[in-house]
Ligand binder design. Structure first.
Ligand SMILES: Cc1cc2nc3c(=O)[nH]c(=O)nc-3n(C[C@H](O)[C@H](O)[C@H](O)COP(=O)(O)OP(=O)(O)OC[C@H]3O[C@@H](n4cnc5c(N)ncnc54)[C@H](O)[C@@H]3O)c2cc1C
Ligand SMILES: Cc1cc2nc3c(=O)[nH]c(=O)nc-3n(C[C@H](O)[C@H](O)[C@H](O)COP(=O)(O)O)c2cc1C
Length: 753
């Protein structure tokens, strides 16, 4: 077998070692343009978990690598001059040069032919090799030459960074955040060998421009950094080594292999250095590829396909974590400005969602206890409720106040249409649906989208609040919740707008009724599903008056029924949302155009509702913080929307996204809407609820402790498990009071297996 590696970085060298061990007779040649000791940068970092994989792949390199390690457990976070310490993280650093030398030596020992100072320019010479590794790093010429096959995407991120070193030994993996007249600087520092540390400096494009530093002027960079961080490195020296300012490229490829060629390491994917995983990814690629080739040495294209299929999901998962981590460092100013240092630290540690409140508790119980105490103290101040300090409750079991409504914990059951009402009147199904979740421990249960008039309904099965009998039916539910649980109950008031007059969900979502359709209206006469949906009429001022008055009547009835909070549905493309999004509002009058104009009618409704809704009771609004579509509402505009709502006395924003237009392109995933709640909360300065794929108590605690939202809203998790909050309490060893008829449960231990 003949194998060529274009590139002698970690990916190319390590694969060559593993392949030579598996196929001692194979002819393996590594082409490397640099000299053996000619490396950029300083140190690389691995987690303990990564090292276990390496031990199994090749004991010799593992031994040599671990022999050169600087190991540490602590992370220090320096925020506004204060150092927070967290332990139990298990990392090792080593010199990149030493690591390459270990790999080069092992190649030589096994008989791999490594040709240094040999730059590959012509790819045609590799036609008769059985396997060609494109291990040629970020600027891979193989990837570019066969771009049509590999489909590369390169996203250059806006932040600037430079890889420096220092002869100061950081005692822990250290993040420093420091402000000067040019802006906020982030340092990622870690020891990699006795007497030396890596010192990566990062900042926004604006800070970089203000600093006057030049991309290639290494001496000026060193002088600047030396002065700014002199105290942090106790007067030690800042060192350079081709230390040019760069922008991080996130690289991904549609396909990883082509004929006898395969992309590896940085050539095919990158992961931001803030999760320290580039070298790990490159070397794990080598392990996976070697395994695939060992299994099918006679069919290399099949081996390459198997390699990609097995490896891609793991890489993509790390890339997702790396992206959220990178975004944290792009938005650090927000956390720096708005969060207390202790909370910023927690936000930093949990940024990539790989570390949660629970696993941080295992690593460093003291740190989490400090956070929990701090959080409980804040909650006690905010709510006016006494909270036992020792031990503090988990963040999810702290109270939260909105006006006179005090919630016992931070869990909310999301509004969920049941499509089971008759003429808008709800029934026993709704009583059990809502009542069981209230008994199940959520602090706030929300009714489904409840429509303010007959023609405001989405479907004939939707709940309403526009007739006397509706008030009585809701009163029964509210009374049950208040008399049998500590939960508060809110009603989501809505008008379906252009999404109205459609079938029940299980008969065809958004499909018009086969018969009995009613006329619909919206901000503009645009159908939701082109060629399928009814075309709504563009609302006249008279229509607006009527809808506003319907909301007011419903709010009055909601008070009569005893609800604790109203939520105005301004999301998901329904009537109020249709005014907000420029994709659904194409009006030429004072209700269309600028955001101020588009918000005019929703704000008018809010004002009118606020006037009749008792002062001591809060109002929420659910918004779509992005339309997930070109030209629509985006995260930045959602902050403005939130500011306007806040200025009109809104108490909290329930941050959802999308469902504005049928051609949206949402990006789903765990907590996928939480970044929007986080941003609105901090930038608009209004409490937020986060909803969307929040399903574990670990996530709830992490979101709250990191200050990413004030309340966590769960929909499907509650459908599946009405007692979700009680289960979460049990798992955390926290006691929730039972209703009297269930008192015998105090001495009961549940078993699920
Ligand atoms: C600032 C910064 C900090 C980082 N910190 C860490 C960290 O802490 N931990 C970590 O694990 N990773 C870290 N990385 C990432 C890490 O350096 C890379 O992810 C890793 O080296 C990828 O290995 P590779 O073999 O794919 O590519 P590379 O290491 O880039 O190797 C590619 C090799 O190919 C050679 N080459 C390229 N073109 C040709 C050609 N035409 N002919 C011959 N040879 C060629 C190059 O000279 C190079 O030696 C960091 C990166 C940066 C930029
Ligand atoms: C059956 C069902 C009905 C829903 N009805 C509503 C609704 O009436 N109003 C609303 O704003 N969102 C509604 N949603 C959206 C949810 O409130 C929630 O935002 C979404 O399901 C994401 O949360 P989850 O990942 O916890 O399920 C509904 C979702 C489901 C599953």
């Amino acid at each position: 077998m003949r194998i060529a590696s274009i590139g002698g970085g970690p990916a190319g060298l390590y694969f060559s070692i593993l392949a030579k061990k598996a196929f001692p007779k194979a002819e393996i040649t590594v082409f490397e343009r640099n000299k053996p000791d000619d490396t950029f940068g300083f140190g690389v970092v691995f987690s303990d978990a990564t090292m276990e994989n390496f031990a199994q792949a090749d004991r010799e390199t593992h031994k040599a690598i671990t022999g050169s390690f600087a190991h540490w457990d602590d992370i220090d976070i320096v925020f506004k001059g204060r150092t927070l310490n967290s332990t139990g993280h298990g990392f090792s650093g080593m010199s990149r040069q030493v690591m390459l030398t270990i790999l080069q030596d092992r190649c030589a020992e096994l008989g791999v032919d490594v040709r240094f100072q040999t730059e590959v320019k012509d790819l045609d010479q590799f036609g008769d090799y059985d396997l060609v590794l494109a291990a040629d790093g970020i600027n891979s010429i193989v990837r570019e030459r066969f771009a049509a096959h590999f489909g590369p995407q390169i996203d250059f991120r806006p932040n600037r960074f430079v890889w420096l070193g220092t002869d100061y030994e950081f005692p822990a993996f250290t993040f420093i955040f420091k402000e000067n007249e040019h802006g906020l600087w982030r340092v990622h520092g870690y020891r990699y060998m006795p007497g030396y540390s890596t010192f990566i400096l990062e900042c926004t494009a604006e800070t970089f421009a203000r600093s006057g530093l030049k991309v290639e002027d290494e001496d000026a960079t060193v002088a600047y950094v030396q002065e700014l961080f002199n105290d942090d490195i106790k007067g030690h020296k800042i060192l350079k080594n081709r230390s040019l300012w760069r922008q991080f490229p996130i690289i991904s490829c549609d396909k990883w292999h082509h004929r006898n060629m395969v992309l590896m390491g940085d050539a095919v994917h990158t992961a931001h250095f803030s999760i320290g995983s580039g070298t790990k990814l490159a070397m794990e690629d080598s392990i996976a590829l070697a395994e695939a080739v060992k299994r099918q040495p006679d069919d290399i294209p099949a081996a390459l396909a198997a390699y990609e299929a097995a490896r891609r999901p793991m890489v993509e998962s790390i890339q997702r974590a790396a992206r959220t981590s990178l975004e944290w460092f792009e938005q650090t100013e927000r956390y720096y400005e708005h969060l207390a240092p202790i909370q910023s630290g927690f936000s930093l540690l949990t940024r990539s969602l790989r570390i949660s409140h629970s696993n941080l508790k295992l690593r460093d119980p003291k740190y989490v206890a400090t956070i929990d105490s701090w959080f409980a103290g804040q909650a006690a101040n905010q709510s006016g409720v006494n909270i036992p300090a020792e031990p503090p409750p988990p963040p999810m079991f702290t109270p939260f106040r909105l006006r006179d409504m005090v919630l016992a914990n931070r869990v909310v059951m999301s509004p969920m249409c049941q499509y089971s009402a008759k003429d808008g009147t709800i029934n026993d199904w709704h009583l059990v649906h809502i009542g069981s979740r209230a008994v199940g421990g959520a602090a706030l249960v929300m009714t489904e989208m409840t429509d303010v008039s007959e023609e405001a309904r989405i479907t004939p099965g939707c709940a309403g609040l526009y007739k006397k009998e509706h008030v009585a039916a809701w009163q029964r539910v509210v009374r049950f919740v208040h008399e049998n649980s500590y939960a508060k109950i809110g009603i989501q008031l809505a008008h379906a707008g252009r999404k109205g007059s459609t079938k029940l969900a299980w008969q065809g979502v958004d499909r018009p009724l086969d018969s009995g359709n009613w006329p619909i209206m919206a901000a503009s006469p645009l159908p939701y599903l082109e060629g399928v949906s009814q075309i709504p009429r563009e609302m006249s001022r008279r229509d607006m008056d009527k809808v506003r008055d319907d909301f007011v009547r419903a709010a009055t009835m909601a008070d009569e029924a005893g609800f604790d909070v109203i939520e105005l549905h301004c999301a998901h493309g329904y009537l109020l949302a249709s005014f907000i999004s420029p994709l659904t509002n194409q009006r030429k009058d004072e209700y269309g155009g600028s955001l101020e104009n588009r918000m005019r009618f929703p704000l008018e409704v809010l004002d009118a509702v606020r006037r009749v809704w008792p002062k001591q009771k809060p109002i929420s609004a659910r918004i779509s913080a992005t339309d997930w579509a070109e030209g629509g509402v985006d995260a930045e505009e959602s902050v403005e929307i939130a500011r306007l709502l806040k200025a009109h006395d809104l108490d909290i924003i329930d941050v959802s996204t999308g469902q504005t237009v049928a051609y949206e392109k949402p990006v789903f995933g765990r907590l996928f809407q939480t970044p929007f709640a986080d941003r609105i909360r901090l930038e608009a300065g209004i409490p937020t609820m986060t909803v969307g794929a929040v399903s574990s108590y670990e996530d709830v605690n992490s979101i709250l402790a990191a200050g990413r939202a004030d309340l966590c809203v769960l929909a499907r998790a509650h459908l599946y498990d009405p007692y979700w909050t009680r289960h979460a309490a049990y798992e955390q060893g926290y006691t929730l009071p039972w209703p009297d008829p269930y008192a015998s449960l105090v001495r009961y231990t549940p078993r699920h297996k």
